[in-house]
Design a protein around this ligand. Structure first.
Ligand code: SAH
Ligand code: SF4
Length: 363
């Protein structure tokens, strides 16, 4: 449904001549019961539902494919009303062992169809940018996964109605979230609101390739989300080779914007660093990266590159990734190395859509 704030919904309810509390009943159905249409809202009078149905349309995402990997990461491919594809990935915090359910899950959502930033290593950029997602298409990824999760539980004999699938949200799917700033912020406000998605701001991470003006804008608005920067290079030379955005916003400006964010929000930021063989993984890069991270008091998240069909980049050997991590730790940088999840289902951003589009054009 069109993503409405509580006030906007209250205004529509008032216009229909119904009491204000009806708006909260509807929000309860939308965000707690996660109904996918007006019919399910049993305690809302039919006349009000009909009035609203003429003004507000539900646009459900159509689930095209769910892929699972061994560690129970699940990847969802959705078709939107205009036939475009986007992806969301549900990642368990502790991979479920021996068939037990994992207790915490993170959902990675998309914000655009394709991406205009053309990072050389990324599947999302390969097909170019098609359009921004609307706020409701962003919110619906969360609600649709919640619906799917509850249905799975029902099927397994448990009562899925009160279950929650999504504890953490990462805005790291397809697209550059800060290039769709207004829609993103509207969606996050709804997902964060106590009457809406109820996901705390600290549990929401926005990842950007480094759009400097929007990082500053994000620092100046009230929602205190976590910020992750796709750094992938500790010098302009290395970063510029793989990320065209670095020409517009070189490291000096990016770091200043990050410092501003940290000073306004008092939050530690994360620097994402994909390790790509022969491109940015030389151990001589470690001291430069450590210097940047210490200057920003940032945490470094190392991610071995996930190979993309049609691109020649490769991930370094595991021992080399460990040595890179060790180098950072020795320099007193807080750092982690992702021991890959979801690699066997093309879980890096844009990879599933890329495959889908390729299959479609091959028909
Ligand atoms: N556009 C935003 C958010 C989406 S990309 C950004 O760039 O931050 C989310 C993360 O996935 C980014 O850190 C991106 O660099 C990384 N990524 C893209 N392709 C990848 C691949 N093939 N393997 C590993 N990480 C990848
Ligand atoms: Fe776009 Fe992010 Fe992929 Fe770069 S890494 S092309 S900014 S989605």
């Amino acid at each position: 449904m069109q993503a409405l704030s509580r006030e906007e919904l209250q205004a529509l309810v008032k216009e229909a001549g119904a009491p204000a509390y009806r708006a909260d009943q509807i929000l309860h159905w939308l965000y707690r019961q996660r109904v996918g249409g007006w019919d399910g809202m049993r305690n809302v009078p039919k006349s009000l539902r009909e009035h609203l149905a003429e003004r507000l349309v539900f646009y459900p995402l159509t689930l095209v494919r769910v892929q699972g990997s061994r560690d129970t990461t699940r990847k969802f491919l959705w078709r939107l009303a205009d036939g475009s594809f986007v992806e969301s990935v549900l990642i368990p915090a502790n991979p479920a062992l021996y068939g037990e359910r994992s207790d915490r899950r993170t959902l990675c959502v998309s914000t655009q169809v394709g991406c205009a930033y053309g990072c050389k290593f990324c599947a999302s950029g390969l097909l170019g940018w098609k359009r921004n997602l609307t706020p409701d298409e962003i919110v619906e990824q969360v609600l649709s996964v919640e619906r799917w999760y509850a249905q799975q539980a029902d099927r397994e004999g448990a009562d899925g109605s009160g279950l929650r699938a999504v504890d953490n949200l990462v805005i790291m799917g397809m697209g550059e979230p800060l290039a769709n700033y207004a829609h993103l912020m509207k969606a996050l406000a709804l997902l964060n609101a106590p009457w809406g998605g109820g996901i705390g701001a600290r549990k929401i991470t926005v990842s950007t390739s480094g759009l400097v003006p929007q990082i500053r804008q994000l620092a100046d608005q009230p929602l205190g989300v976590q910020l992750a920067i796709s750094l992938h290079g500790a010098t302009d030379e290395v970063r510029g080779k793989i990320m065209p955005v670095n020409r517009k916003y070189p490291l000096k400006e990016l770091l200043a914007a990050c410092e501003y964010y940290v000073s306004r929000k008092g939050r530690m930021i994360t620097l994402e660093y994909i390790l790509i063989e022969g491109v940015n993984d030389a151990l001589s890069e470690v001291p430069k990266l450590a210097l940047l991270a210490r200057r920003l008091h940032a945490k470094v998240n190392l991610i071995p590159y996930n190979p993309v069909e049609g691109l020649a980049w490769r991930r370094p050997a595991e021992a080399h990734c460990e040595a890179f991590l060790e180098g950072l730790l020795q320099r007193r940088v807080t750092a982690t190395l992702r021991r890959e999840k979801g690699c066997d289902i093309d879980a890096a951003c844009g990879q599933l859509r890329l495959r889908m589009e390729q299959e479609r054009s091959a028909v």
